[in-house]
Design a protein. Structure first.
Length: 189
């Protein structure tokens, strides 16, 4: 059996980052639910769902709480440790694998929903973002939903005192200037 620790178990106090993380997850769930309702995509049990760069798989597990079938949920990450954590925390019928987001091992038009949370910020090169966008375009159905929730201009303000996070050199996008949108490959055409 594998035992995982998150690193903060020994900490006695909540700090601003803990509170921001909880609030941010709440905002993401709220955004996803609202979009699904507006788009009338509420039959989650019928959809195939992909989370590339799934990390610990929280978004996929959340969707299973909203009645997505675990066997229709797929997570992909380059980190074996992250995938091991997903397998440890998730229903055994969920599908997790180590792999590259550039070489998605899925058929064309496979997924009804794709959730990218913090994935695009891992790439500093616009060409990599375009490659990622093209790979996602290939595997999402024409009427599918692509959720992109990523780091915006508030990132350096919120995390400036967190040396570990700042050392990762994550990219953030100015939402007011549409920086992330300008890197996307459109589905139509």
């Amino acid at each position: 059996m594998v035992t995982f620790t998150y690193g903060h178990e020994k900490s006695r106090f909540l700090d601003a980052i803990d509170l921001y993380r909880c609030f941010n997850n709440y905002r993401i769930w709220k955004y996803i639910i609202a979009a699904l309702l507006v788009l009338n995509k509420t039959q989650l049990s019928e959809y195939k769902i992909l989370e590339p760069g799934c990390g610990g798989g929280e978004k996929l597990r959340f969707l299973t709480e909203l009645r997505a079938n675990p066997e229709n949920c797929y997570g992909l990450d380059t980190s074996k440790r992250a995938i091991d954590l997903c397998k440890y925390l998730s229903p055994s019928t969920m599908n997790f694998q180590v792999g590259s987001v550039f070489d998605l091992a899925f058929e064309n038009n496979t997924f009804d929903i794709i959730i990218c949370s913090g994935l695009f910020s891992c790439f500093n090169d616009d060409n990599d973002i375009k490659r990622l966008s093209k790979a996602l375009k290939r595997v999402i159905k024409d009427d599918g939903i692509l959720f992109i929730v990523d780091i915006n201009e508030n990132f350096p303000i919120i995390y400036e005192k967190n040396e570990v996070t700042m050392q990762k050199k994550l990219r953030y996008f100015d939402s007011k200037k549409g920086e992330l949108v300008s890197c996307q490959v459109n589905k139509v055409g």
